[in-house]
Design a protein around this ligand. Structure first.
Ligand code: NAD
Length: 318
């Protein structure tokens, strides 16, 4: 018999790719989201349009169903322009917390085999990420907590929710803290795009300069989508149940990322620095724990992933 999986957030960037991966691996996949994927037809065997904040919608998904694996990726989220301005904070906390409360409860009620929760690098303590060159993002450093956004606080709350359900109701869980996942078929021009896609768009568009928020010296690391899914699947197949980073440790400044994309595109543009929502000064994935527990580390260089993304964004613009 085929293993069954439910992917919550299957219309979104990572969920859509995850559906494809699970189908290729032989799972019978049900996807759910408020929307269908924007850039391709879903590969899910069944795709339900549903609002996971609604208890009735969640009941309908779980009733008379057995899922071996549930992947909970649905969240109210976006790039810096969405989560660091402060104007969406109440919605972000309310919407994502409701989704997680509803899903974990139904997973327990119906005896799901295992549930995956997508947390974020945004849980890490702001005070450990004040300089571009030496951020501290090992898993233990999330406590004492001081995330830089309410998006991060909700993720931390929900991590504790899944951990508590695991402790009190014995449901197997996996929690990954994603660090800036990028690749084709993700937001690139709707206000929810992240730095890699936004920079590709700005360079591919016919302008003589590009705008970068802040001084461009802020650092991040970026993980290509296929690598992220390798990590997720390895984590789900393991018995490790503590929160763990899934990210790249190839740290780069945003200005250098822009220069990398210019090099890929064969286009030179002036970089203008403007005010904008920024997030922490420096951040990179600490991969020691996941390597120790799962033997996993990313293999693809940032440059090679950005080549794929740039070609895709260029095509979308056309
Ligand atoms: P995304 O925004 O593309 O996908 C999230 C999906 O959730 C969207 O399709 C959205 O419609 C859906 N959704 C939101 N509210 C819903 C609701 N009430 N009912 C049903 N569906 C709902 O985001 P993504 O980049 O694919 O991220 C997936 C998960 O990974 C999210 O939980 C996100 O917080 C986490 N994450 C992503 C990154 C990243 O770099 N992409 C980094 C850290 C954490």
């Amino acid at each position: 018999m085929k293993k069954t999986a439910l992917v919550c957030g299957a219309g979104g960037f990572i969920g859509n790719h995850l559906v494809t991966r699970l189908v290729h691996e032989g799972f019978d996949v049900t996807g759910v989201d408020l929307v269908y994927p924007e850039y391709n037809k879903t590969d899910a065997h069944t795709f339900c349009i549903g609002d996971l904040r609604s208890q009735a919608a969640c009941d309908a998904l779980f009733i008379n169903k057995h899922y071996d694996e549930v992947y909970q990726l649905a969240a109210d989220m976006g790039g810096a322009g969405y989560i660091f301005t402060g104007v969406h904070d109440a919605d972000i906390i309310h919407n994502s917390a409701l989704i997680n409360l509803n899903i974990i409860e139904r997973c327990v009620q119906t005896g799901v085999g295992k549930v995956f929760f997508s947390s974020s690098a945004c849980v890490y303590n702001l005070n450990n990420q004040l300089e571009p060159d030496n951020p501290r993002c090992d898993e233990a450093s999330a406590i004492p907590a001081y995330p830089d956004s309410d998006y991060g606080w909700e993720k931390l709350f929900s991590e504790r929710l899944y951990l508590a359900y695991n402790r009190n109701y014995d449901i197997p869980i996996a929690i990954a803290r994603f660090h800036n996942i990028f690749g084709p078929r993700g937001a690139w021009n709707n206000g929810k795009e992240k730095a890699p896609a936004a920079i590709c768009r700005k360079i591919a568009e016919p302008t003589d300069h590009i705008e970068i928020w802040g001084d461009g010296k802020q650092t991040r690391s970026f993980l290509y989508i296929d690598e992220c899914l390798d990590g997720v699947r390895k984590l789900m197949d393991s018995d490790f149940m503590e929160p763990v980073n899934i990210g790249s440790d190839e740290m780069i400044s945003i200005d250098d990322l822009a220069k990398m994309v210019m090099n890929i595109a064969g286009i030179e543009k002036e970089i203008k620095h403007i005010d904008g929502p920024l997030g922490v000064r420096g951040r990179s994935s600490d991969n020691e724990l996941i390597y120790k527990k799962l033997g996993w580390k990313p293999a693809l260089k940032l440059y090679d992933g950005m080549v794929i993304l740039y070609k895709w964004v260029e095509q979308e613009i056309k």
